[in-house]
Write a protein that binds this ligand. Structure first.
Ligand SMILES: Cc1cc2nc3c(=O)[nH]c(=O)nc-3n(C[C@H](O)[C@H](O)[C@H](O)COP(=O)(O)OP(=O)(O)OC[C@H]3O[C@@H](n4cnc5c(N)ncnc54)[C@H](O)[C@@H]3O)c2cc1C
Length: 380
């Protein structure tokens, strides 16, 4: 339980990569931090589990000894069209593979060691700001804090409670996506990440820790509806048309009984601030997984916050300066990446457009390098 009359420096809602790395960095500044996570660690998450190398140094600064973990280093990209056309390319910056089960758990252990008060199985139901501080309602009661950060991911009950603009827009089947993830075993080049397109979706595959592979795909809700909401049927009839995916689904050993799934994924722009609640990671803007770098973007936002958070948390003037500064830096860092992500999202998954786009890019490898470069940030 949190101390009855304590007021925390920072309350962090959501313990994914954005929230956990922020908690660690603020604890290292000797701030008093409380973090709420609705699930219990360790747990699996739908994610492609490829982390761009831009975050390598930052994760080490968060106390994660990546260099000692013998993780797969990924430096090559293969993309296929659903007719089997294959385009390969080097990834200049590259990345590494690690499951969210392992990664988030390592981070939460580090946060606890640094004195962060972590509440697991603890869902926040309301966040209110008044008299220059926050009241956060959760299953442990009401918690007070000077600052509050929303790192609650792509979809949360809090989006509705906060009445966020994107929740009011009419939902159309075609713009809602679902994602499905498996861990599998199969022979695969550990330096490679592959993206296989199929009608109305794409599927990533790359190696993670423990010699497993992460196989994760995104597709429209409509695609699933067209196949009686039956994942196996959709996989056989739609994904299976791509010969590479057919081979993977036929030859691999699937390690879960059931796949992990999420629905109602949307890519509309979001705000970075809601009534003084500062948002980061997917809660501030979700990038198409095709661009593969949402985790690094969440961590980069946490590093920005940790650098510019005022020393005097009681100053109303400093709060306003901080909020303005954060929104400015956020836009400088992410607006272009998110826009490129949305363009890629539209290009991929459409049988013919993807095929012709890949054919064109095969002729112009420099253009492909530049496009990939736009989806990756510099190290931080
Ligand atoms: C199909 C797919 C594949 C992807 N592949 C990749 C990839 O390969 N590489 C990459 O870099 N990115 C990938 N991404 C994106 C990446 O998963 C996200 O960008 C990243 O997880 C964002 O981190 P986050 O901290 O913002 O949110 P999350 O990691 O989602 O964490 C949010 C946390 O908040 C918790 N929460 C929510 N509401 C509440 C509440 N009310 N109270 C308490 N806790 C709450 C949730 O349980 C969750 O643990 C992919 C995304 C998808 C959909």
């Amino acid at each position: 339980m949190s101390e009855p009359n304590a007021i925390y420096d920072a309350a962090i809602i959501g313990g994914g990569l954005g929230g956990l790395t922020l908690a660690i960095q603020l604890a290292k500044q000797s701030r008093k931090v409380i973090l709420f996570e609705k699930e219990k660690y360790p747990f699996h998450k739908v994610c492609g589990e490829y982390i761009s190398n831009e975050s390598w140094d930052y994760l080490i600064s968060c106390g994660i000894h990546l260099d000692k973990m013998n993780l797969p280093k990924i430096s090559k990209l293969g993309i296929t069209a659903s007719n089997g056309f294959y385009l390969s390319h080097n990834l200049d910056l590259g990345g590494f593979g690690i499951s969210r089960f392992t990664m988030d758990n390592l981070l939460v252990e580090e946060a606890k060691k640094l004195g962060v008060e972590v509440h697991e199985n603890c869902k926040v139901s309301q966040v209110n700001f008044s008299a220059n501080s926050f009241e956060i309602q959760s299953s442990i009661g009401i918690t007070k804090s000077y600052y509050a950060f929303g790192s609650f991911g792509k979809k949360s009950n809090l989006d509705i409670q906060l009445n966020r603009d994107f929740t009011k827009e009419k939902k159309r089947g075609s713009s809602n996506f679902i994602a499905v993830k498996y861990h599998i075993k199969k022979t695969f080049n550990s330096e490679l990440i592959e993206l296989h397109n199929f009608k109305d979706g794409y599927c990533g595959i790359s190696q993670i820790d423990e010699d497993k592979l992460c196989l994760c795909y995104l597709t429209s809700e409509q695609n699933l509806k067209n196949h009686n909401n039956n994942i196996k049927e959709m996989e056989a009839e739609v994904l299976g048309k791509n010969p590479y995916l057919k081979k993977i689904f036929t030859e691999a050993t699937f390690l879960y009984g059931q796949p992990l799934t999420i629905s109602q994924i949307r890519f509309e722009p979001k705000s970075q601030l809601e009534n003084h609640l500062v948002l980061l990671g997917d809660a501030a803007g979700l990038i198409a997984p095709l661009c593969g770098n949402g985790m690094s973007m969440a961590m980069r936002a946490s590093s920005i916050i940790a650098k510019i958070l005022p020393k005097d948390l009681e100053s109303e003037k400093d709060r306003l300066i901080f909020e303005k500064e954060y929104q400015k830096i956020w836009k400088e860092n992410f607006i272009l990446r998110l826009s490129i992500g949305r363009i890629f999202q539209r290009l991929f998954g459409s049988d013919r457009i993807t095929f012709w786009a890949l054919k064109l890019l095969k002729q112009f490898p420099t253009l492909l390098s530049n496009l990939i470069g736009l989806t990756h940030g510099k190290k931080f």
